[in-house]
Design a protein around this ligand. Structure first.
Ligand code: FE2
Length: 640
């Protein structure tokens, strides 16, 4: 026995016989994104596989880390000592940090993350730090705004750790927040999650309490100051927003899909590092607007938490700089909801619907946001209903309609009836432009085949509604690239400039390039099998495989959509659509014939687009060989 023990000890790394240590300071952080300094020493025979585990709550099992970093991210790691500086999000429970040795023969490729990198082993724990917490762990945190159904209101939501009665104080002067409203509180439980990892001990963490307050009787287009919290627990910093102005002759919005979350550590899924740039540039744009109202539109695949609860916390911390200033609007994507037993799962959708929601079944999405309208469907599990499915609002001169591609949209469904009634009731005198948004695209030239049966149904059931009701723009996500089509009707370009009586033909644009990568390539062409950009059918006017977002600026006369690249914050594509205000009285019904003088920049922009498309295709190919020289950050050409 003694011999066996000796043998066992001698087989362990030498580090176990020395005294490695790890410490984390300060012990108390003031607020999310404050940095903790983690230092270690005494690690003998350092190995590139030595790693730091990040834990919250601090007593989590060794293999239930929220994330990890290899010690060799510190330049001094070969000495056995080093430091890592890590910004932390307030997860409403303390953190601790542990150092492990992971040996090459313990690498298990069957226990891997989303990138097929093996997850680090926890067999040899070398040291454990003390705990790190937040001064006000109970919050309030994660402040975000949204429109309600009333023009003179603004909703603000935030999270607390204890659900204590909380309020919103607001007013027109920063030093005089003389109005007060309470907040409703709700939360969800582990049993409300429908599958793993969301309902497993690995993915579940307490999500806290979600507060929902509505500021009322706001004057139009004014700068309001506000803070959330309570005298008992403390208040947030004072924030401000510009209230809605239904009479405004200008509309500004920032729109994208599939953004996701950046975390300063590796975790069980690939995170979306580029999402940081998207938020950065949009914040720049919002700050440049001064006192003009604007809003953000994130059309599905929102945090990519996929059942790992703390990613939602990281996401809301990440967007807070923009979402606490302008309304942040969303629609549902596959990564919020997708689940094999979801209630609506027609036979043809087999293959389209899988396990992309990580067992969340839309519950965090439904409770963490509250969009206008009251669309709701049972989850089928007894959990809170799925909400925020379809709704609309006017913002200045544009009517925005959000739809759900994840639930029934076929003729006869509640959603179909809503879409039809909504589009038919738009007052084009008030809002000459109509923008429809949903997650999975009706049109794409990506070779993604999984959703083909869904696209067929969207074309059959929804495109006629878009065409008949003269929808200006149809924006989609899901494909992690930018692609702008001509004004389309049944796959054909409609020259609206010369066919005024042809009826509407929406310009479709895929805008899922805000952060998530991994995307199937464009259809290969036999003569250019190695170039992902080919072939580009006539209807596809511009394709970009780079990260970014879009910006709408609309006046009563013209709507301009621009594509901003994250690598430089500059415009890389643009379409301008004009309304000629040709009002006709058709039996008492006033409507506007849309004059889509598309591509006002005409041949210049068109040729620039085609050139850029070819150039980007070339660059994408080049980058595969020379990544280091690239200034763009390309998405990966791989299937999810
Ligand atoms: Fe998606």
């Amino acid at each position: 026995m003694a011999f066996l023990l000796l043998l066992l000890l001698s087989s362990l790394p030498s580090s176990l016989s020395s005294h490695p240590s790890v410490s984390a300071t300060p012990k108390l952080l003031t607020k999310s994104n404050n940095t903790v300094h983690i230092e270690w020493s005494g690690v003998p025979s350092p190995s590139p596989l030595d790693w730091l585990g990040i834990y919250s709550p601090p007593d989590s099992p060794d293999d239930h880390f929220i994330g990890y970093l290899f010690l060799n991210s510190s330049p001094s790691w070969p000495s056995g000592a080093g430091a890592i500086h890590l910004p932390l999000s307030n997860l409403r429970s303390n953190y601790s940090f542990r150092i492990f040795r992971w040996t090459a023969d313990e690498v298990n490729y069957r226990h891997h993350d989303h990138d097929h990198n093996p997850l680090p082993g926890t067999r040899h724990r070398l040291a454990v730090s003390g705990e790190v917490g937040f001064e006000r762990a109970a919050g309030p945190d994660q402040i975000h705004l949204s429109f309600t159904d009333a023009e003179d209101e603004m909703r603000v939501m935030f999270v607390s750790g204890d659900g204590v009665e909380s309020f919103v104080r607001y007013g027109l002067e920063e030093g005089r927040l003389d109005r007060l409203v309470g907040s409703e509180v709700r939360r969800y439980e582990r049993k409300d999650m429908c599958d793993s990892p969301a309902n497993s001990s690995l993915g579940w963490r307490d999500p806290g309490f979600i507060h929902d307050g509505v500021m009322k009787n706001l004057k139009k287009g004014k700068k309001y100051y506000y803070k959330v919290g309570s005298d008992a627990r403390g208040w947030s910093d004072i924030r401000s927003f510009i209230s809605r102005d239904s009479g405004s002759n200008e509309t500004i919005a920032f729109l994208f899909g599939d953004m996701g979350t950046y975390t300063p550590y590796a975790t069980f899924y690939r995170v979306q590092e580029e999402s940081k740039s998207t938020v950065k540039w949009i914040l720049r744009d919002i700050e440049a607007l001064g006192d003009k109202p604007a809003f953000v539109s994130h059309i599905g695949d929102i945090s990519y938490a996929r059942g790992f609860s703390w990613i939602w916390d990281e996401f809301f911390n990440q967007i807070e700089p923009i979402a606490s200033r302008v309304p942040y609007h969303v629609c549902i994507g596959n990564h919020e909801y997708d689940w094999p037993l979801q209630p609506w799962r027609p036979g043809w959708s087999y293959g389209a619907y899988g396990t992309d929601g990580g067992g969340e079944c839309g519950v965090p999405y439904s409770l963490k946001f509250k969009m206008p309208g009251n669309s709701s469907l049972p989850t089928g599990t007894g959990a809170p209903h799925t909400q925020n499915l379809y709704y609309s609002f006017d913002a200045g001169v544009v009517h925005f309609l959000y739809i759900s591609t994840e639930t029934n949209f076929l003729k006869g469904s509640d959603q179909y009836n809503f879409i039809k009634a909504d589009l038919e009731s738009v007052d084009r005198n008030k809002t000459p432009f109509v923008v429809v948004q949903g997650h999975r695209p009706m049109y794409t030239t990506s070779n993604e085949v999984r959703d083909a049966p869904m696209r067929e149904r969207m074309l059959e059931h929804l495109e006629p509604l878009l065409v008949q009701n003269n929808v200006t723009l149809a924006l989609w996500g899901h494909v992690h690239r930018y692609e702008r089509f001509c004004p389309l009707k049944n796959f054909s370009c409609v020259d609206t400039a010369s066919e005024l009586k042809a009826g509407g033909a929406p310009v479709h644009v895929v805008i899922g390039m805000a952060g998530q990568d991994w995307q199937s390539i464009w259809e290969p062409r036999s003569t250019h099998p190695d170039l992902p950009i080919f072939p580009q059918p006539e209807r596809s006017m511009y394709r970009g495989g780079e990260f970014g977002y879009t910006r709408i600026v609309a006046t009563r006369e013209k709507l301009t959509l621009t594509y901003i690249g994250n690598h430089d914050g500059q415009m890389h594509d643009m379409v301008e659509i004009q309304s000629c205000h040709t009002f006709q009285d058709n039996g008492g019904k006033v409507f506007v014939e849309p004059t889509l003088l598309w591509y006002v920049e005409g041949a210049i922009v068109l040729m620039l687009g085609v050139f850029m498309g070819y150039a980007l295709g070339y660059l994408t190919r080049c980058r595969r060989d020379a990544v280091q020289r690239a200034t763009w950050t390309p998405v990966k050409s791989e299937e999810t």
